[in-house]
Design a protein around this ligand. Structure first.
Ligand SMILES: *Cc1c(COP(=O)(O)O)cnc(C)c1O
Length: 491
């Protein structure tokens, strides 16, 4: 056996391989609790076989497992649209203060004034970022914020005696959650095409503006990473026809401190705090997708919102339910720990820091675009915002797919970009470097991408079989997501 074989074998070891009869990680003192009768035998199981291991075995096992996980704390993670920026540790330190982590959602309000004040201030800061006069922190994810937004639009039209406004316009570049949320909210989705500049086609919006129009859901910059110069005009057309404009603000990384959705004409926008404000994400949560709204939708906001009451001595805070609220979004009032992290991030950066973050995010994406456009074609050849979409079409002609390129990146220690999205770009590779990466990291990434492009020419089989360095190679990803096998059983 070579040393490589030995270490590879260790990498696959389960706790069961380390088990030895009678070995134990703990020694409990003699119990001084009187023996109690056991429950009915039918409630007991006899076959519980567990590995018998020492504490050190357990520590090494779980530490090794943790090291198999790819994370932004270990490597570059340019997953487009997902904004995998670095999550500063101060956010976690603040969220784990006992005054924040040890309170209960149903505690009397007068005992949690500090927590309510934090929520109030975060709500107010998000309103400042979006320019919107009102907001609610209740939704638990981006898609959840979208659902809140479309339900508000529906309630608004119904209250105005126009329940037949059923059509929601959505560009063909939209994130898949947009049409899903609109249809869950009871709307008919009409997909609008993009023009040759990669932006929503203005003429298509004009043609769709009629008295069945409920609204438009639009992402800005869109998922091609492009700003739409016609956005103000588009909002005017939708408003002119009696509709409302929904802004998908999941990624505010290009707009922070530079443009406010309210000023552009939006009526409602959600923000993914787990993207833009650097709270950890991946693996399904917890997240936060607050919604901010203009005057027309403020009475419909999901409950609760946090209000400040000026009292003679000091400000007090309380939960409130807007007059025509669409209701609650969950059993509680949002993922509080995420809200604390987000507020810490906003305070740590301040207004100037946020403006610099968006500037650096856009600069980094354009740096990658210019350095790689000769090798991987850019989907739409325009200055981009916080992300850039390449197309692996030239590489596919040589028999190598975007999937192969992505898998090969893993061998070089880089997380693959978002692939095959947006759907309107063939062989899409959507790269979002974020502002938290240094020029050295970006240069290293550029070298990796150029090296892979050379391999496409010289040794394409390397790509077809990649990744080569991971414990497992290519998985059936659809099956892994639909039928996850999460239960460990003794062999
Ligand atoms: C991530 C994302 C969403 C969905 O957010 P979730 O928190 O995953 O539900 C919606 N729209 C865009 C543009 C996104 O990038």
């Amino acid at each position: 056996m070579t040393t490589h074989d030995i270490s590879a074998q260790r990498a696959h070891q389960t706790l069961w391989d380390l088990s030895a009869p009678g070995r134990s990680g703990i020694r409990l003192p003699e119990s001084d609790v009187p023996k109690q009768p056991m429950p009915d035998a039918s409630l007991l199981r006899e076959d519980l076989r567990l590995p018998e291991v020492s504490e050190l075995d357990v520590v090494r096992h779980y530490t090794r497992l943790a090291q198999k996980n790819f994370s932004v704390d270990t490597n570059f993670y340019p997953l487009g649209s997902c904004t995998m920026k670095y999550n500063p540790k101060i956010n976690d330190m603040v969220a784990s203060q006992p005054g924040f982590s040890g309170i209960h959602p149903l505690q009397p309000e007068e005992t949690v004034q500090g927590a309510l004040e934090l929520m109030y201030r975060l709500q107010r800061d998000l309103q400042a970022i979006t320019g919107m006069p009102a907001g609610s922190l209740a939704p638990l994810a981006g898609a959840h914020g979208e659902l809140a937004g479309v339900l508000m639009i529906k309630a608004y039209h119904e209250a105005n005696g126009e329940p037949d406004r059923k059509v929601m316009l959505i560009p063909d570049s939209a994130h898949g959650t947009n049409p899903a949320s609109a249809s869950m909210g009871g709307f008919e989705v009409v997909t609008l095409p993009s023009d040759s500049n990669g932006s929503l086609d203005l003429a298509a919006v004009e043609a769709a503006a009629n008295d069945r129009l409920a609204g438009l859901m639009i992402t800005i910059p869109n998922t091609l990473g492009l700003f739409n110069p016609n956005i103000a005009r588009i909002c005017e057309i939708v408003h002119g026809a009696g509709g409302l404009v929904y802004g998908d603000g999941a990624n505010m990384n290009a707009l922070l401190g530079r443009a406010r959705p309210y000023d552009l004409g939006f009526d409602v926008v959600h923000l993914n705090l787990h993207k833009t404000t650097s709270t950890p994400h991946g693996g399904g949560g917890p997240g936060a997708g607050p919604v901010c709204v203009g005057e027309r939708l403020a009475p419909y906001l999901p409950s609760p919102v946090v209000e400040m009451v000026e009292d003679a001595e000091r400000a007090r805070y309380r939960f409130a339910t807007p007059a025509n609220s669409i209701g609650t979004m969950s059993a509680g009032h949002g993922n509080f720990g995420v809200l604390v992290r987000s507020y810490t991030y906003l305070r740590a950066l301040g207004a100037d820091g946020l403006r610099q973050a968006s500037g650096d995010a856009v600069l980094n994406a354009n740096y990658l675009r210019r350095k790689l456009e000769h090798v991987y074609r850019v989907a739409v050849d325009r200055t981009c915002m916080h992300e850039v979409v390449f197309t692996g079409r030239p590489q596919r002609e040589k028999g190598v797919k975007a999937l192969d390129i992505s898998k090969r990146m893993i061998d070089y220690g880089v997380h693959p970009p978002t692939m095959y999205f947006p759907l309107i770009v063939e062989e899409a590779l959507m790269v979002e470097p974020t502002e938290t990466e240094s020029k050295e990291t970006l240069d290293a990434f550029i070298e990796v991408m150029i090296a892979i492009a050379r391999e496409v020419e010289e040794s394409p089989e390397l790509l077809h079989e990649a990744p080569h360095v991971t414990p497992v190679g290519r998985l059936d990803e659809a099956r892994a997501a639909r039928q996850p096998d999460l239960r460990w059983q003794a062999p």
